[in-house]
Write a protein that binds this ligand. Sequence first.
Ligand code: SF4
Length: 365
Amino acid sequence: MEARVREIRAALLAWFASNARELPWRRTRDPYAIWVSEVMLQQTRVEAVKPYYARFLERFPSVEALARAPLDEVLGSWSGLGYYRRARLLHRGAMHVAEVHGGRVPGDVEAIRAIPGVGAYTTGAIASQAFGLEAPLVDGNVARVLSRLFLVEQDPRRGEGHARVWSLAGELVRGPDPAALNNALMELGALVCVPKSPRCGGCPVRDLCLADAAGRAGELPIVAEKKARPTVVEAAFVLAVDGGVVLAKRGEEGLFGGLWEPPRLEGGTRAEAARAITALLGVEPSLSRRRARVVEHVLTHRTLRVSVYEGTLAERPTKISRAHRDRYVALAVVPIGEIERRGVSTLAKKVLGVRPARPGGLTAR
Ligand code: SF4
């Protein structure tokens, strides 16, 4: 095993040296910049991240700058990237580093892992790429590559399979260039050992790959059956008043936490929706007779099907009813052209019927 691990390591490093893509976050050893890039890259494509990464670092060039910024501003800069929980955790993590480490990201694995919101994967990325430590990381790409190379026959996202791929990554990273080794594994998964049809013909570790030898590359990694995703029906309200639309701000915890959106409530018939929005705002809107559109939004554990009602209000709403204060904490009337300055979710943009014109920018459809 030891000799095989050494051969795989050497082949990966040699391949990466001449095949690595030129990516902005590979030019730096700044742990903060690496941290930002890794958080953005979770569940988001490289090409989509590039402009956000540059803009975010320009706006928040250091841990301290990020820690000082109001959450609203951070969410505004994240607007359009999705999965806003990542931005909230990054912000919370920056406040921790500012407070506990004087604004410098610590250079040892345990202290990095203790930063709120920094998981095992991000710890490995920061520790290896910024500090050259032999810290493993496993993301979806790495899990796939290792499952195939070592013929792991359990789902690498849970239980034994999960422990096995982390242990293999730990063995591989113990060597001369941990940063390059981790990057090589990710790069191989992104470019060669791809999900549906792995390009084994051009693979630098083909001679060492157990799945290829067994003719089973296409079957791995094992994916345990997923539970069906339930559909939740909701109603959202695009209400015009005083030259703007009404937005409500979600409480900080939970999904969509800290983001602004057109008020959205559990659904039902139009009559029920009308009663619910009147109760929320304390003002009765004049609503269109029919819903303007239906928006579907797929989340990890459920699908939201949102009926959008448009309407007008005779006066500005000023307060949220007591019954809804666990959902919303503030109201604002915002001109459509200024919505981009607030942190709004992709779902809110779909409800509003606007699309991003550039990262964070909005135009009407
Ligand atoms: Fe993946 Fe094929 Fe290379 Fe094995 S030989 S690591 S399955 S690309």
